[in-house]
Design a protein around this ligand. Structure first.
Ligand code: LLP
Length: 421
């Protein structure tokens, strides 16, 4: 059975019935499977095999400390984009020496902290950032390892909001301009050029855009070699997609095999390049579900609504990207009639839905699971409408662990104060 599966008509995560989790911790609720996180992460390290490299889980996809800790125990590296993410990694027992620091807007204080704890590499996204990093490192008397994140201008063929490798977006340095910026990096004090980095987008299902990007990165590496700049690692970013509905993404094994094969065609056998990956979604998405309970049914003339206790503030992907995530009943058997429902939350926005036109047999009090919610779920939750964020639990075999308490109403405005009279 899969790690989320039906058993005697009940939806389970590993050996725990999701209804039991909901009884114990209430709804809305995120439930993760430890084994699924481990399996998805190991797919990367297994595929890498004896090729030297580092799999840096993209913390932004799901940054719960328990998740980071489970991966740290497998020897994971981490891709971070803020000091907050860095501190989470450290708090979860992650190794700073396996951290890559990405992101377009790193602040000086964030750079300083990352240098103090000794991150593996900074993925630098602009010339101005390069100068700032050089200043910060020099002032500390440290040397920052750097990769430039280049923008190879390839079409990732994904949703425009999550496509990052085209010329027109804010990420990275134009690959045609990269040789000049690398030369500058070589000159600036406090920096050591280590690698080339690129990330072209998210939820890619085809291997070809990755290969197009790799081709351009390799051409750059050769140009740099002629300039006397040696590249030790290639950071190929994250971006491999998952199945939400009927997508058939390339497997991690095929994706990495294709890259190794391409590198092996090089004169030197390509082994001189350490490979770094930054997977987020492909590790986390199908390792979690979001559980919500039906409050009311509203049967109008043309539309049936199931009003649920989960909302866009808890899981924003459907509202923000028109993302489709499967919705499954926790209990398969029901006396209620099958109808087509829009599943909508209590938030005062027409865009507040988790699914539209889903055929389900529902009664008030029934619970459903929004599937594939382990990535970009809780991390994107907000307090809109003054709703506390949901609890998170992790299943490990037949054990259920609370890994984040439900946010309380007191916590919602504990940091606020009235103006002084
Ligand atoms: N590395 C960098 C530099 C990134 O910007 C990202 C994701 C990743 C790695 C991880 O990519 P992944 O393997 O997860 O595709 N909130 C959106 C996705 C935003 C992705 C942002 N960058 C969603 O829910 O679809």
């Amino acid at each position: 059975p899969g790690l989320f599966h039906y058993h005697n008509g009940e939806l389970y995560a590993e050996q725990v019935a999701l209804n039991a989790a909901a009884e114990q911790f209430g709804t809305p609720l995120y439930v993760y499977s430890r084994a699924a996180f481990e399996q998805h992460f190991r797919a990367y390290t297994d595929a890498l095999g004896d090729w030297s490299g580092l799999v840096c889980y993209a913390v932004k996809a799901n940054s719960n400390l328990a998740v980071l800790n489970v991966l740290a125990q497998l020897g994971a590296g981490f891709d971070i984009v803020s000091q907050g993410e860095l501190e989470r990694v450290l708090a979860a027992g992650g190794d700073a020496a396996k951290v890559v620091f990405s992101g377009v807007g790193k602040q000086a204080a964030e750079m300083q902290r990352a240098l103090e704890v000794g991150v593996y590499c900074f993925n630098v996204e602009s010339e101005a950032e390069l100068e700032r990093l050089s200043d910060v490192a020099s002032a500390l008397g440290k040397t920052a390892s750097v990769s430039l994140r280049v923008n190879p201008d390839v079409d990732a063929q994904t949703h425009p909001y999550i496509s990052t490798g085209l010329k027109d977006n804010k990420f990275g340095i134009d690959i045609n301009d990269a040789p000049r910026v690398y030369a500058k990096a070589q000159q600036l004090p406090g920096l050591a050029v280590k690698g080339v980095d690129c990330h072209i987008g998210s939820q890619l299902t085809e291997i070809s855009p990755f290969m197009d990007a790799l081709e351009r990165v390799l051409a750059l590496v050769d140009t740099l070699a002629q300039q006397g700049i040696n590249i030790e690692h290639l950071d190929l970013g994250g971006g491999l997609g998952v199945t939400y509905r009927d997508e058939t993404p390339a497997s991690v094994a095929d994706y990495i095999a294709a890259i190794k094969q391409r590198l092996a065609q090089r004169e030197d056998g390509g082994r001189g390049f350490k490979l770094i990956f930054e997977p987020g979604r492909s590790v986390a998405a199908n390792a979690g579900v979001f559980i919500t309970q039906v409050e009311f049914l509203k049967l109008n003339d043309h539309k049936n609504f199931a009003i649920i206790d989960g909302a866009m503030n808890d899981l924003i992907r459907p509202s923000l990207y028109s993302a489709w995530q499967d919705i499954k009943p926790l209990q398969q058997h029901s006396d209620a009639p099958l109808r087509h429902y829009d599943l909508v939350g209590p938030v005062c926005e027409t865009g507040d839905f988790l699914g539209k036109d889903r055929e389900l047999a529902l009664s008030p009090g029934d619970r459903v699971a929004v599937m594939s919610a382990g990535a970009y779920g809780f991390v994107m939750a907000s307090n809109y409408n003054s709703r506390g964020r949901p609890a998170e639990v992790m299943v490990d075999g037949d054990q259920l662990h609370l890994v984040r308490q439900r946010e309380t109403i007191e916590q919602l405005f504990a940091d606020e104060q009235l103006i002084a009279e």
